[in-house]
Design a protein around this ligand. Structure first.
Ligand code: ZN
Length: 193
């Protein structure tokens, strides 16, 4: 099979030192070209970074996107946003188990971010963030990690003190305590207990 020429998928250039490059407009190199915004355009990438097309009309030619862009696309999800509603339960549980400060610290987020997320000011999170949230919840559940409300309020962890383990449901942290109490009062009134 002879060497195939040209075509819009074979935009090649040869450098002074004899190496060849191919234009990649895949998801990574589209991004690399600009200021972080998603826009049309691409980057010249070494031909060694491309796979060969193994079958079909384009057989024997380099594929349109470089390897890195192809696997990025295959995983796909890094570029995707996850709606808030899918992970809201996890953030809520984390906050109740660990408190806002500790949840923020373990997710590598600011406390401000946690407030905004819980107040529905954030509509979606990046895929990576969603993974972090769910993984942290799994970890915390596996260890059955629950911190006492008093220890969270006192900041025992930050002071280097031992935390008292929660012995009763009253010891659990309630970030919106007043709201919760009001809701319970209403529910008691309804059920007549
Ligand atoms: Zn690429």
């Amino acid at each position: 099979m002879g060497r195939k020429q040209g075509g819009r998928y074979q935009r090649l250039r040869r450098l002074e030192d004899g190496t060849a490059q191919k234009y990649c407009a895949g998801p990574l190199h589209r991004l690399a070209n600009g200021d972080g915004k998603y826009h049309i355009g691409g980057t010249w990438v070494d031909v060694a970074e491309f796979r060969m097309q193994k079958s079909g009309r384009m057989e024997g030619r380099l594929r349109a996107w470089c390897k890195a862009c192809e696997s990025y696309q295959a995983l796909g999800r890094q570029a995707m946003n996850v709606p808030r509603s899918l992970v809201a339960f996890a953030v809520e549980e984390l906050v109740r188990r660990l408190g806002i400060m500790e949840t923020a610290r373990r997710l590598f987020k600011s406390q401000q971010w946690i407030y905004q997320f819980r107040n529905q000011r954030i509509a979606s999170v990046r895929y990576d963030t969603a993974v972090d949230i769910v993984q942290l919840l799994a970890e915390v559940r596996a260890k059955d990690e629950v911190r006492s409300r008093r220890s969270i309020r006192r900041g025992s962890h930050m002071r280097g003190e031992d935390e008292s383990p929660p012995a009763h449901v009253r010891d659990y942290y309630r970030p919106q305590g007043d709201l919760d109490n009001e809701r319970e009062r209403q529910s008691r009134k309804r059920t007549g207990r």
